[in-house]
Design a protein around this ligand. Structure first.
Ligand SMILES: [Zn+2]
Length: 306
């Protein structure tokens, strides 16, 4: 299949999703043959969190993901609270936003569980964690460095499940599987195995994999039966980058990949949060999985259309 045929096939797939109402409304990155460089967030309505008979998933920007599996709400790596700094509203962590947050933490009517992949500041931040720490019904899954941070915030041990590689934890109709990660990016005292992780959220309607920040380690190639893979476009040290993410798209059997870890914060070009998703195209061409560039807040419905 030539590149123009691939482009048409992808465009047809996106249109099919749009027509079926399974994704509303989807950015059509292929419609003009060019990728939109700036994201345009879409507000996530309160109805997202209500009871339902299927599963919905959306990207929150950077590494954040929100899932409602048949009424159970799961958050992954949320940085979704604004803070004032010298008269300017910034995203926590002192990140200046390139696109508005699709929803803020305090606007979420309920969250059953927050999953953290690791303790880097673009994945785990005190302010959002405090919002959910104050809600006694919210639980947490976290590897030990994040767990220590949550305990320091006053979260009781009973509300935290320690993330251990390959563990499975049930939340409503969803089963969360912990996948391993090696994200040893620091020159001194790098993260070690067990300090970081990823999550597969398995639902009756399909499976969603957020691999976290990680090198491509062999064990990740053994993760199977994935429908939606979050595709790390950060081509920087100790990340999957487009090449590793494309390999996981093949090995996991993903049908759809969603680009993430880019475009959200004002950061130097080519750095961990500002790689160009167009650079992923040489790796995504020829994959059976569709490569989607969603705006933050766009909603994908599962099951996916066949
Ligand atoms: Zn990161």
């Amino acid at each position: 299949m030539g590149s123009s045929e691939i482009r048409i096939a992808r465009r047809t797939f996106v249109r099919k999703l749009l027509m079926s109402g399974l994704i509303v409304p989807c950015l059509e990155p292929w419609s003009s043959g060019a990728i939109i460089s700036e994201l345009q967030s879409q507000k996530i309505p309160p109805s997202f969190f209500g009871p339902r008979s299927d599963t919905v998933v959306t990207w929150l920007g950077m590494a954040g993901v929100l899932v409602n599996c048949r009424g159970t709400a799961l958050l992954i790596d949320p940085l979704i609270t604004l803070v004032e700094s010298e008269g300017e509203m910034l995203c926590e962590g002192h990140y200046r936003l390139r696109t508005p947050l699709p929803i803020e933490s305090r606007q979420m009517p309920h969250i059953d569980v927050v999953l953290f992949t690791h303790a880097d500041g673009d994945h785990f931040s005190r302010v959002t964690a405090e919002v959910f720490a104050a809600r006694e019904t919210t639980k947490f899954v976290a590897p030990p460095p994040v767990e220590r941070g949550l305990l320091n915030l006053g979260v009781s041990k009973e509300r935290i499940v320690t993330a251990r590689d390959f563990d499975s934890i049930e939340f409503g109709a969803a089963v969360v599987e912990v996948t391993p990660a090696l994200h040893d990016w620091q020159d001194e005292n790098p993260w070690r195995r067990g300090d970081c992780c990823g999550y597969v959220v398995r639902t009756p309607d399909g499976s969603i994999w957020h691999p976290g920040d990680t090198r491509l380690i062999d064990e990740l190639l053994e993760v199977k039966d994935v429908d939606v893979l979050f595709f790390d476009v950060a081509a920087v040290r100790s990340h999957l980058g487009p090449e590793g993410s494309a390999k996981l798209a093949v090995s996991s059997g993903a049908k759809v990949t969603i680009a993430y870890h880019y475009g959200t914060f004002v950061l130097p070009k080519g750095s961990y949060g500002n790689c160009d998703p167009k650079d992923a195209l040489p790796y995504t061409q020829g994959l059976s999985a569709r490569f989607l560039l969603l705006n933050p807040g766009e909603i994908l419905h599962l099951p996916l259309p066949s």
